[in-house]
Each structure stands twice: as structure tokens, then as C-alpha cells.
Design a protein. Structure first.
Length: 353
């Protein structure tokens, strides 16, 4: 495989939380034309800093995915299409982008998305190394190898999994748990006939993208009604996450933790409370940690001003419950390979002395 900076080892003093200020899309107020809070990622980090969970030098700095990285999944034809501003305008659903010179679109819109994509790929390796990782961005689940849409220009979930399959020994099976309000048709199309990837997807059955073809790739389909509330939702998530992981024990879980299920989301159409979202993430992490399966979380959709606070509260809750932990992380708890390494290096030290 090609050389990539995305797989260089992160400093062990860092939390396996990946972010870069480059994630945020700010440009002459254009970002306000989309219901998306295009500065959501930075706000999550600021809340975590306020709560003293993290500091700048304790998070892993995301790097931009290069063309060569993207070509692991994307076709050259698709990447060339992104050189047309109107194509990017259609994908991001911000019509005026069509009238901007492409070099501006590349720098102001696509670079942030490429950096988030790099972040997901990096977080995949971190999760395997440390037992868990969170990319504060990413989760572009409507993009497949040759088609973007729904604000998703790069297939970061597919990329992270393919990178792991190709570069990390012992990773040959993956489970995607997609709990964004929308169907994750991008990774579904990419892994349509790939038996190494098990997909569970819970979504509002009546909204975008309604991709019937892609649904054939879903092993565990949870179709939700308009206005589904906490009790029913959490019960379904719990049942199906347990069911999915009992059916197949993967080497990695990619958890697409969209917050557009939040009550009042203009696009999601579900009615989950902030506490419900915090509980949902807890259910998924508990299932992963109990089985000692590395988990990579990406934040995906979520289109309200209060979304960033909910994501931060959820990460703080995972930490308070000991489901994510910097010390635990660096000792690779739950990762037998890492534990063996630690035992070996302890043995070496005793032999030396």
C-alpha cells in the first residue's frame, strides 16, 4: 500500500480524540445557508476544554487526507468531478457555492471535509491501538466510491475500514453501527457484496435518502416511524446492537453517532431527548467494551445549535462511566495484542535490571 502520514503513530500522551480547527467551515456567512451548524466540531472541543477533560496538546491533530489516500476507495473520475463548483454545491446543498471559483470551494469547503476524512482514517488505527477513538467530525455516510450527496463529499467510513483491512494485521471483519437519523447509503453501496462488513442501520424510514438498492446491504435494518421517542428508541438500539454483536464478533466497530435524532431536528423527524442521545452512546460503548471490541466513533449529522453541547455531554458521560479513559486507553485495555506487548516490555525491563 502507498505511504500515508495518516498512519504515523500518535503521541501516547494524547487522548485518542481526533480533531483539527480546520474541520470548521466558515466563509462569508455561506455556511449559514445550510441548516447545518458548520462550526459544531469546534464547539464540542471548546465544551470539553471548559470541563477540563482535554487540552489542545492532548488531542490528536487530524491531517488532511491526500488524493492518494482518497483513491483507496474513490474513483479518479469522482475526485475530478469535485473540481466543478456546481457539483460541490449539489453535494453540500449550499446552492451559491456553484458560483464560486473552484479554488475557493476547494479551500473553504472541501479541505475541511478532507481533514475530517483524514481524522476518521487516523481514528480507525487509534481505536485498534487503544481500544477506542473518537473523531469529533466525520461520518459522511451518504458518500460512496463514486457519488456524494447529503453534505457528504468523501466516504470516510468506507476509507477507515478499507485502510484497516489493508494495513493492520488481525483486522478482517468490521461492524458498522449507523444510528444517524438517515439511512447510511454510502457505506452500504460500498460494502454491498463484502461479507467482511456487517451493517446495522437504524433510521427514519420516510426521509432522505430512501435508497432501496443500498438497503440490501443492511444486515440489521431498524426502520423508525416519525416522532419516535426515547423509550422505544433505546429499547430498539439496545436489542439490535446486542443482536448484531452476538451474530458476528468484529475486529472493529465503526459507530456513526449522528445527533440528528434530536427532538426538533428539521431533517431527522425523530424526537429523542438530549438525555436519550447520551444514553444511546452509552449503550453502544458498553456493548463494545464488554466484548473488548475496539470502537471508532464519528459524529455525523446533527443540525441544531444545541447539538454540540449534547455531543460533549455524551463524551463526558462516557468518561465518567469509565467507558473511555486516557489511562485505560494508553494501556490498551481490552486489546489482547497491546496487553501482550505490555507484558513483554515489562519482562524485558526485568531482564535488563
Amino acid at each position: 500500500p502507498h505511504r500515508t502520514e495518516l498512519y504515523e503513530d500518535a503521541p501516547s500522551a494524547c487522548w485518542p480524540i481526533v480533531y483539527s480547527p480546520d474541520y470548521n467551515i466558515t466563509f462569508m456567512g455561506l455556511e449559514k445557508l445550510h441548516p447545518f451548524d458548520a462550526g459544531k466540531w469546534g464547539k464540542v472541543i471548546n465544551f470539553l476544554k471548559e470541563e477540563k477533560l482535554i487540552a489542545d496538546d492532548l488531542i490528536v491533530q487530524a491531517r488532511e487526507a491526500t488524493d492518494e489516500d482518497l483513491l483507496v476507495v474513490h474513483t479518479r473520475r469522482y475526485l475530478n468531478k469535485l473540481k466543478w463548483s456546481f457539483v460541490v454545491a449539489t453535494i453540500t446543498e449550499i446552492p451559491p457555492v456553484a458560483f464560486l471559483p473552484n479554488f475557493v470551494v476547494q479551500r473553504k469547503v472541501l479541505k475541511p471535509l478532507r481533514t475530517q476524512t483524514g481524522g476518521t482514517i487516523m481514528a480507525g488505527k487509534l481505536a485498534v491501538d487503544r481500544g477506542w477513538a473518537i473523531n469529533v467530525g466525520g461520518g459522511f455516510h451518504h458518500c460512496s466510491s463514486d457519488k456524494g450527496g447529503g453534505f457528504c463529499a468523501y466516504a470516510d467510513i468506507t476509507l477507515a475500514i478499507k485502510f484497516l483491512f489493508e494495513r493492520v494485521q488481525g483486522v478482517s471483519k468490521a461492524t458498522i453501527i449507523d444510528l444517524d437519523a438517515h439511512q447510511g447509503n454510502g457505506h452500504e453501496r460500498d460494502f454491498m457484496d463484502d461479507h467482511r462488513v456487517y451493517i446495522m442501520d437504524a433510521y427514519n424510514r420516510y426521509i432522505y435518502p430512501g435508497d432501496g438498492f443500498a438497503k440490501r446491504a443492511i444486515k440489521r435494518k431498524v426502520e423508525l416511524e416519525w416522532g419516535t421517542e426515547d423509550t422505544e428508541y433505546l429499547q430498539k438500539v439496545h436489542t439490535h446492537v446486542e443482536g448484531a454483536l452476538n451474530e458476528l464478533k468484529p475486529d472493529i466497530i465503526v459507530y456513526n453517532a449522528g445527533t440528528d435524532i434530536l427532538d426538533g431536528d428539521p431533517l431527522g423527524g425523530l424526537a429523542i431527548s438530549p438525555q436519550g442521545i447520551v444514553k444511546r452512546d452509552e449503550v453502544v460503548f458498553k456493548a463494545a467494551r464488554r466484548r473488548r471490541i475496539p470502537i471508532l466513533m464519528v459524529t455525523s449529522g446533527g443540525y441544531q445549535k444545541r447539538t454540540a453541547r449534547v455531543i460533549a455531554d455524551s463524551i463526558l458521560n462516557l468518561h465518567n462511566l469509565g467507558l473511555i479513559d486516557k489511562e485505560l486507553a494508553t494501556s490498551g485495555a481490552g486489546n489482547p495484542k497491546v496487553e501482550q506487548m505490555i507484558r513483554d516490555s515489562a519482562k524485558d525491563l526485568t531482564n535488563l535490571s
